[in-house]
Design a protein around this ligand. Sequence first.
Ligand code: SF4
Ligand code: SF4
Length: 106
Amino acid sequence: MPDDIHSGADSVNPFALRQPMDLDNAKLPRGQVHIIPERCKGCDYCIVFCPKDVLVNAKAINAKGYHYPVVADGKENECVHCRFCDLICPEMAIYTEDLSGTEETE
Ligand code: SF4
Ligand code: SF4
């Protein structure tokens, strides 16, 4: 067997081979978070599990005495509409709206 059969394969980056061919056309979804402060019981699940760290505790409290989530400063356009917060909230106090189809075309 010729020596150079494997030498070429060793130099190939396997991760480069696994990139989707249309990666440049892929776009992240965009979401708008809606919070209903009076339903919140301050469990922080939505804050902890958001993969984009979109949410933080408000300084203010609701009528039940809990700090509810708000969108963090500078994170207004970071929600990817994964719906983790919506699905995990035990009080149905947060949900997101899909904005993916609403961007202006360039
Ligand atoms: S939908 Fe996902 S990215 Fe958006 S705020 Fe909820 S957990 Fe975070
Ligand atoms: S998961 Fe729901 S109840 Fe818990 S902090 Fe978030 S909005 Fe409030």
